[in-house]
Each structure stands twice: as C-alpha cells, then as structure tokens.
Design a binder for this molecule. Structure first.
Ligand code: FAD
Length: 296
C-alpha cells in the first residue's frame, strides 16, 4: 500500500510511523522547512524557545509509552505538576507536564527519524498517485487542497481560534518560582510559561500566549501585538526589565473538539488535534488511529 501523508506535525508523523511499522510505503510531504507543525521551537540567540505547544500531558497508555520512550532517551523530562492561576497567583496542581530539554520540536524530529519526509513541499491539491492520502492538518488548511465532499464537510465543521505567541528574553531572571501560569479574564494574555524552567537551562525567557481576541485583532500585523503582550506580562509579574520581544502568529492554533478519531471518504483521510481535546496527545492518537484503520 502506497500512502501520502500531507503534513509533518505530530498527527502526520505518528500516522507515518505506525504505517511504516505496519509495512506500508509512506511519503510525508510538509510545506514548512522543518517538521513539527505546532510542536514548534525556534532558535533565538543560539537557544531554542518553544513557541507552539507549551508542554505535553500524557494520560493515554499508548502515548504514555511514547513519552516514556522519549524520557528514557533524554528527549523529554517531567517539568511540573504545579502551575499558577492569575489573578491572584495561587498554585494549582494537576497532571505532570512534560517538556523537552532540546525544545519540543526535537520530539517531532525524533518521530520523523528514518521516515521519508519531504520538507518545503507545499501541496495545492490532494495527490492522486497513492492508494490513500492522509491530510494531517487543521480542517481549514485541508480545505485548500480541494478534498472530496465528506472531507469538506468534516473540515468545514471545525472551528479554530488564533493565538499570537511572544518570546520575551529578559536581561535577567526577575521572577521566582513561576513555572507557568494560566491567566483568566485578561483581555490580552492567556498563559505565560517560564521557558528557562521548562527547558531546564534557567534562561531568562518567558513565552506568553495571547487570547484569541487579541490575536484576531493583530493577525495581519502580529508584530504589533508584541509590545502589548510584553507590557501585560510585566504588569502581571511586576517585572522592571525590558525584554527583547519576538512574536509568532498561529492562525489555526486551537480547535473546538469534534467527535470521532478522524474523518474519511475511503481514500482520503483527515486527522489532527481537532479530533478530541486540542492537545499533542490527541494529534498523536488521531494520526495513529488513521494508520491502524488503513492497515486493517
Ligand atoms: C499556541 C499554542 C499552544 C499550545 N499549547 C499546547 C499545550 O500546552 N499542550 C498540548 O498538548 N498542546 C498544545 N497545543 C496544541 C498542539 O500544538 C497541537 O495539538 C499539535 O501540535 C497539533 O498537531 P497536528 O499534527 O494535528 O497539526 P499541526 O501541528 O498543525 O501540523 C499540520 C502540518 O501540516 C502542514 N501543512 C498544512 N498545509 C499543508 C500543505 N498544503 N502541504 C504540506 N503541508 C501542509 C503544516 O505546515 C503543519 O506542519 C498548542 C498549540 C498552540 C498553537
């Protein structure tokens, strides 16, 4: 069986891995220069900062085994089970959040290792030269490939919200024991994470994620959201240092969950993190579910 997987995010890579393990011939095509999609780390001043997913949570047995494999090879580390909630700054305890010393994208690179992944290869239409085609991406991106009607219906039903991420590099660490924070009822800020703490190198770097409302207003000019997010973080944490600010726009950042593990019309499949809670684990499971269905 020849399969083309379009999209080298977590869903596409987990799909390709499981298909390859099952004996299929798989080609992954990715429009970006690197694999990972929203599991993204970007290098600033010689150091990676996580600009997409903030951390991983694993509660599915198969994904827990995957995270265990990353941990045993030093690629992932348990970061924290305690975050703060603002306003107020109280601590809240939950599941263990996993981070990656080399940046979260290193986990996607590990999934891609040994696969036939073609980078910088944007597709404009669903390819015809394969037994099956897996569109492993947000529904609105899949719609650009003129997929068949059942995929159009499934993709059109997805609702997505944008996020602007701001990487804030400070002269020194002015905050104490922060790890990460959920910011409720703020017009601009949704979360702030201590990138130096989660990566384990102690760098004076925070990463802020905007509210969808702020991102929607600044989608055409994301740079203009940078000073707003830096100001909001400084005020929230009482910081006096002026950070260097870099921003990244995620037009399709967070989906509303839809039912089922994937959508299909038989030859064309759609998977990704919209098929469940919008998490890395969901994307990984969705891609893998498509692979298992195809192999069956
Ligand atoms: C700001 C932000 C914060 C987040 N925080 C967390 C978190 O803390 N914990 C968590 O678990 N999850 C978090 N997530 C969600 C997590 O990042 C996603 O669930 C997961 O990475 C989605 O993977 P995916 O493979 O489904 O999609 P994507 O990562 O979006 O992959 C889709 C891929 O398809 C490619 N593509 C699209 N169109 C084409 C085309 N025409 N041709 C070729 N390639 C194409 C894209 O370039 C991309 O690489 C966050 C996401 C964002 C944006």
């Amino acid at each position: 069986m020849d399969v083309i997987v379009v999209g080298a995010g977590v869903a596409g890579l987990s799909c390709a891995r499981a298909l390859t393990d099952g004996g299929a011939r798989v080609r992954v095509v990715e429009r970006g220069r690197v694999a990972g999609g929203r599991l993204a780390s970007r290098r600033y001043d010689g150091r990676y900062a996580d600009i997409g997913a903030a951390y991983l949570v694993a509660d599915d047995p198969a994904f827990t085994a995957q995270v265990g494999s990353w941990r045993s090879r030093g690629l992932a580390r348990p970061w924290t089970d305690t975050l703060r909630i603002y306003p107020g700054g109280d601590r809240t305890t939950g599941p263990v959040r996993w981070a990656a010393p080399g940046g979260l994208r290193s986990l996607a690179a590990d999934l891609a290792d040994g696969l036939d992944v073609r980078l910088s290869a944007p597709l404009g239409a669903v390819p015809q030269d394969a037994d099956a085609v897996v569109l492993a991406m947000p529904g609105p991106q899949a719609l650009r490939l003129s997929p068949p009607p059942e995929i159009v219906a499934a993709a059109s039903a997805q609702v997505w919200r944008p996020v602007i991420a701001a990487v804030l590099s400070y002269p020194e660490r002015e905050w104490g024991d922060l790890s990460g924070a959920f910011v409720n009822d703020h017009p601009y800020l949704a979360t702030v994470c201590d990138d130096g703490d989660r990566r384990g190198d102690g760098a004076p770097v925070l990463v802020a994620h905007s509210t969808a409302a702020l991102a929607a207003r600044h989608l055409d000019d994301p740079e203009s959201a940078g000073p707003i997010l830096a100001g909001a973080v400084g005020e929230l944490l009482g910081l006096s240092g002026r950070p260097e600010v870099r921003v990244h726009r995620w037009t399709f950042a967070r989906p509303e969950p839809v039912d089922g593990p994937y959508a299909t019309d038989g030859r064309v499949w759609l998977c990704g993190d919209a098929f469940g809670r919008p998490r890395v684990q969901t994307a990984w499971l969705s891609g893998r579910a498509v692979a298992h269905a195809l192999l069956a």
